[in-house]
Design a binder for this molecule. Structure first.
Ligand code: ADP
Ligand code: MG
Length: 240
């Protein structure tokens, strides 16, 4: 579904992604880990073309992301993204945050969009907050709204960039539970996270990045028991 082939990316002279080869199949959950600055966010952001690649090929559903003829809006409809800092519209209610894109981009009626939004708010367990403003919610609740907002576009792929890193510890579980449920339903997911419990339970593969390179790809049981790469060992010893 997502194929990186010899992808490189530069910011000026600085090479942020180096020879990335990575294939993510439909229904797979891939967890990306690695030190700060290793290129994890950039890797994710290239998938929905928030960043462009410098060379190589990157395809989503066999469509090249960097091809000038590619309809980027269509591509983005297929891909939901959840960020570390939620990115909700502060002056819109929870419900409005979720219905905005489906009405604008998918052309749903107000009524239809609300119905779908409520379905996803129920799914993430906060239907009762539909008319609240984001500032009236806890961080964990805001992140669950952000996930519901992504799902309301009915995407084929969900990208998560450190979705629990900004949360107080007691709120991490409620967000991971929503993500686990999504994974068990067969959603294709690429998740940057250092939450090992989550990775062990639902990841099909761990991708370890360092300095712009993928140094190791392994199933979680193998990776966490004994990573092959020295830098991965060192990294794990620091975060665990
Ligand atoms: P990670 O998510 O693993 O922490 P990032 O993908 O955010 O890593 O960043 C990788 C590297 O690219 C970092 O050294 C960062 O400073 C650099 N970088 C990220 N965005 C930009 C940008 N817009 N311009 C220049 N350098 C950037
Ligand atoms: Mg990052």
């Amino acid at each position: 579904m997502i194929v990186f082939s010899q992808v490189n990316k530069f910011y000026g002279d600085f090479q942020v992604l180096k020879d990335i080869n990575l294939t993510i199949n439909k229904g797979e959950v891939v967890v990306v880990i690695g030190p700060s600055g290793s290129g994890k966010s950039t890797l994710l952001r290239c998938i929905n073309h928030l960043e462009s690649i410098s060379n190589g090929t990157l395809t989503v559903n066999e469509v090249s992301v960097s091809d000038k003829k590619t309809d980027i809006n269509k591509l983005r409809k297929e891909i939901g993204m959840v960020f570390q800092h939620f990115h909700l519209y502060p002056h819109k209610t929870v419900l409005q945050n979720i219905t905005l894109a489906p009405m604008k981009v998918l052309g749903q009626s107000d009524e239809e969009a609300k119905k779908i939004a409520m379905k996803y708010l129920e799914k993430v367990g906060i239907a009762e907050k539909a008319n609240a403003l984001p500032s009236q919610l806890s961080g964990g609740q805001q992140q669950r709204v952000a996930i519901a907002r992504g799902l309301a576009m009915n995407p084929e792929i969900m990208l998560f960039d450190e979705p629990t890193s900004a949360l107080d510890p007691e709120m991490i579980g409620e967000v991971l539970d929503v993500m686990k449920a999504l994974a068990h339903e067969g959603m294709t997911m690429v998740v940057v996270t250092h939450e090992m419990g989550f990775a062990r339970e639902v990841a099909d593969r761990i991708v370890f990045m360092d300095q712009g390179q993928i140094l190791e790809e392994a199933i979680p049981a193998e990776f966490y028991a004994e990573p092959k790469e020295e830098r991965a060992k060192l990294f794990l010893s620091r975060i665990l």
